[in-house]
Design a protein around this ligand. Structure first.
Ligand code: SF4
Ligand code: SF4
Length: 452
């Protein structure tokens, strides 16, 4: 009965890629008046979140697809949901009968029913929610507990604390100087900052990875060369760009997320930007979804309302269109067996599955093979949910689990479309000492195959 009701009252946002799995935003005005953020007690959850917990049929599909569970972390999404329900069943009757709710003592939710290692193990990959037959939303429940830990107790792993400090001081998670954010851009590409030239087809939101990480910069340069060849004009924000804030919101630091998001939205608004391209699916997803929610309630530093009047594209969408329209011609044969890894934030979160595959299949000589887990049942690389910036002390390594999936296809090339996946899978190839496999972004593969 509760399971059916849960489906009936299911979050309709999750039925459209434009809004699927969007996190709840803390209204900025709450930072002025509220005394507590996130969830510490079961009654802090919404009625719908509690109904969710009661709706579980214990089918185990979420657990069977969870990268944390399958790599021996202490997180099972099935157990998590049922532990929240048990806590609710113990606490709620006592709360209802109590004259003074503050005096009610029951098993604590955090570090009682649910251990911190459980919710910090989550990569936010969405596999549990995709598999659940009764539409239970696991990720928001864990983000809510992370928010409590970070915002109320300042309790987080030291490496995540350093990441947040870097984001606060230099607007990137690595700690490099913010003024150097645009320094990676080769002058011969003819790309200018938006401050210099606003007559562009798109803003390229470079993101922190491609701004500072050498491997990711190769992807950005390959992509810009493709655009240059196709006659598509883009600009970048350079030092005016801040990190998108994906790691901040998913790491539970909503306050920091608001600051980063406000800086970016103010620039998008000030320059009147209407089209934005990202090569990082995390940036693409958060700018498309959580920025939109925030803009509906957020106020800029000048006191004016923020706006979300632009559309986002991922670079695989653009490249796919350029190939279809004939603006890019793929002429060089790349005689490889190629498999493709779906980034969770591109695939499950935004249902961009066909474009990267169409691109790879259009390249002469490519023999395309799927991994056993692909499309909506794809398996995380281990970097989502701010885990890119957390040590993996527990269980076995998620990136190696996924790299073995790729290895078992017999492919010699592993392609992806996310800088975090690139890092995790490249590390997996090295850690497993796989000699005959190399990892590339789809953009690099296209650049190698196209007519120059
Ligand atoms: S989002 Fe992914 S890692 Fe987190 S509980 Fe669900 S399946 Fe597991
Ligand atoms: S998939 Fe949904 S119903 Fe099945 S065990 Fe997981 S949470 Fe419960």
């Amino acid at each position: 009965m509760i399971s059916s009701l849960n489906v009936y009252f299911g979050n309709l946002d999750n039925e459209k890629p434009e809004t699927k799995y969007t996190l709840k935003i803390i209204n900025p005005s709450e930072f002025e008046v509220s005394e507590s953020f996130g969830v510490a007690k079961v009654e802090d959850y919404t009625w719908k979140q509690l109904m969710d917990s009661d709706a579980c049929t214990r089918c185990g599909r979420c657990q069977d697809n969870c990268p944390a569970w399958l790599t021996e972390k202490p997180l099972s999404p099935k157990k998590l949901v049922n532990d929240i329900k048990d806590n609710m069943d113990e606490r709620m009757p006592k709360l209802m009968l109590a004259d003074d709710p503050a005096s009610v003592e029951t098993t604590p939710l955090i570090d009682g029913s649910v251990l911190a290692d459980e919710f910090w193990s989550c990569t936010n990959c969405g596999a549990c929610m995709e598999a659940c037959p009764v539409n239970i939303e696991h990720v928001q429940k864990m983000i809510d507990m992370r928010r409590y830990k970070v915002l109320m107790e300042g309790d987080m792993a030291p490496e995540l604390q350093t990441t947040f400090q870097n984001l606060e001081n230099n607007f990137n998670p690595y700690g490099f100087a913010f003024a150097e954010r645009g320094a990676w851009l080769p002058a011969d590409l003819g790309v200018k900052t938006i401050a210099e030239d606003q007559e562009v087809d798109y803003l390229y939101f470079v993101g922190s990875a491609a701004s500072y990480d050498k491997r990711s910069q190769k992807i950005a340069i390959a992509f810009l060369k493709i655009l240059q060849k196709a006659g598509v004009k883009v600009g970048i924000l350079g030092a005016e760009e801040a990190d998108s804030g994906d790691a901040a919101i998913r790491g539970g630091n909503e306050y920091l997320f608001h600051a980063l998001m406000t800086q970016n939205l103010e620039n998008f608004n000030a320059y009147g930007l209407k089209k934005i391209i990202c090569t990082c699916p995390h940036d693409y997803n958060v700018i498309k979804k959580e920025y939109k929610k925030f803009a509906a309630v957020g106020i800029g530093s000048d006191g004016n309302p923020l706006k979300h009047e632009f559309e986002e594209c991922h670079h695989t969408e653009i490249i796919s269109e350029l190939i279809k329209s004939g603006k890019i011609k793929l002429v060089n044969s790349l005689d490889h067996t190629v498999t493709y890894h779906d980034s969770c934030f591109l695939g499950r979160y935004n249902e961009i599955y066909s474009q990267p595959r169409d691109i790879l299949k259009a390249i002469p000589g490519v023999q395309f093979v799927e991994m056993s887990r692909h499309h909506d049942t794809s398996f995380c690389c281990g970097a989502g949910g701010a885990r890119m910036f957390l040590e993996e002390h527990l269980g076995t390594r998620v990136n190696q689990f996924r790299t073995k999936d790729a290895q078992s296809t017999g492919a010699t090339r592993l392609c992806t479309a996310c800088p975090f996946c690139m890092t995790m899978l490249s590390d997996g190839i090295i850690e497993l000492d796989i000699q005959n496999m190399e990892c590339y972004d789809v953009a690099e593969y296209v650049y190698n195959a196209m007519e120059k």
